[in-house]
Design a protein around this ligand. Structure first.
Ligand code: GAL
Length: 383
């Protein structure tokens, strides 16, 4: 009897010491039991810096809670990500945390449901799927409102006369990313009244909201690719925006904001070296390069979405789901009322847990720094 007791305790200790060697990347410390519960983490890509950080944070948080983590990056290829998800399921993952590339992920989510493996959609709603129940993200409509409010405030739109309107051009995120619609519609909820009154003039395509799909597709940026945004901005500067001076560019995230600024700097109208002045350029994700740009007076603002806290909250949610508990996620509120539609996949409305974003301008770049969002070397350059 004593031998059985010792073996049992040994196995339990093995289970609680943190991750073991995973199939794609990961491990905890020390030789661990392979009986550990596996959580599969599927991130969309690495060319947008934040997802590299999200993947690393999720691995840390999964292992901190005694689970094994397998983390995979889809390289903006949904077929590749679906294969990675299948691999998690083959390796008996007991829960998946997924930030999808596009809604082609629904087929893999259906397989997870068939295997009774719960899925947490991570910062991107999985559209056209009724096969999962949980989504955790930020209030992305508010992210867009922050972008619109920054332009409103920087251009003083409340006191501009329509006889001399301010001029803006519009960019949106990936057409395959449901968040992109929330960002854009949040911004237009602030800017559209000024456009309607003639105080703000749009150069280039103008969808009043993301429901104007034809025009939205014309300002959207496939897979959030910086090269796509830079080329489009260069084309605008040589055509629709050739004979005007832009006062603002609605840029949906930092990767695209920096690409747009690069394009502007090739035009004397906007390059300070030739007496020019950059337009107000928005962003989000508080990427180091962009917060440095804000500190240096180039990009105008970003939105800090503390993905360190998002990863922690996602794994707390995952742990509660695996333990059969009613989720109660610190720092995240279950969307209700008007916000409940944030969880509408088109097939069902999943439980959407929302965390609060923070607007960052030159006046408060200390906020992400003080939150420990950067490496020491990066933080030293932002202080
Ligand atoms: C969105 C996300 C943004 C930004 C973008 C680029 O889904 O909400 O924070 O990271 O992807 O990947």
């Amino acid at each position: 009897m004593a031998l059985v007791a010792i073996l049992t305790v040994g196995a339990l200790i093995g289970c609680n010491k943190g991750g073991s060697s995973g199939s794609t990347s990961t491990s905890g410390s020390g030789g661990q039991s392979s009986q550990q519960v596996l959580i599969g983490v599927a991130m969309p890509e690495t060319h947008v810096q934040r997802w590299q950080k999200d993947g690393a944070n999720l691995k840390t948080e999964v292992e901190r809670r005694g689970y094994r983590a397998d983390v995979a990056f889809g390289d903006a290829d949904q077929n590749k990500q679906n294969q990675q998800i299948q691999s998690f399921l083959t390796n008996s993952a007991k829960l998946l945390i997924v930030a999808n590339v596009n809604d082609g992920v629904a087929a893999a989510i259906a397989d997870a449901a068939r295997d009774k493996v719960p899925v947490v959609a991570y910062d991107r709603l999985i559209m056209n799927s009724g096969d999962y129940d949980y989504y955790i993200t930020f209030n992305n409509f508010k992210v867009g409102q922050f972008q619109g409010q920054a332009i409103e405030q920087a251009l003083g739109l409340k006191t501009v006369n329509s006889d001399s309107p301010k001029i803006i051009t519009l960019f949106a995120g990936s057409p395959t990313d449901n968040n992109a619609k929330f960002f854009f519609d949040g911004a237009m909820s602030i800017l559209k009244p000024y456009i309607d009154s003639g105080v703000l003039k749009v150069v280039g395509p103008y969808p009043p909201s993301s429901t104007d799909n034809a025009n939205f597709q014309r300002i959207a940026t496939e897979n959030w690719q910086a090269t796509v945004a830079k080329t489009r901005m260069e084309n605008l500067l040589n055509a629709d925006a050739k004979d005007v001076t832009l006062d603002a560019v609605l840029a949906p995230n930092d990767t695209l904001a920096r690409a747009i600024i690069e394009a502007c700097l090739t035009d004397a109208k906007y390059n300070s070296a030739s007496g020019g002045k950059l337009p107000i350029v928005t962003g989000q994700d508080a990427e180091f390069a962009s917060v440095l740009s804000i500190k240096q007076g180039q990009q105008y603002m970003t939105v800090f979405k503390d993905t360190n806290r998002l990863a922690e909250a996602a794994v707390i949610l995952a742990d509660q789901i695996l333990k059969g508990q009613v989720p109660d996620v610190p720092g995240a509120t279950l969307a209700s009322g008007d916000l409940a539609s944030i969880g509408n996949t088109g097939k069902k409305t999943v439980k959407a847990y929302l965390m609060e974003p923070i607007i960052i301008t030159q006046q408060n770049v200390n906020v992400p720094v003080d939150a420990g969002f950067y490496s020491e070397q990066e933080a030293a350059q932002l202080r």
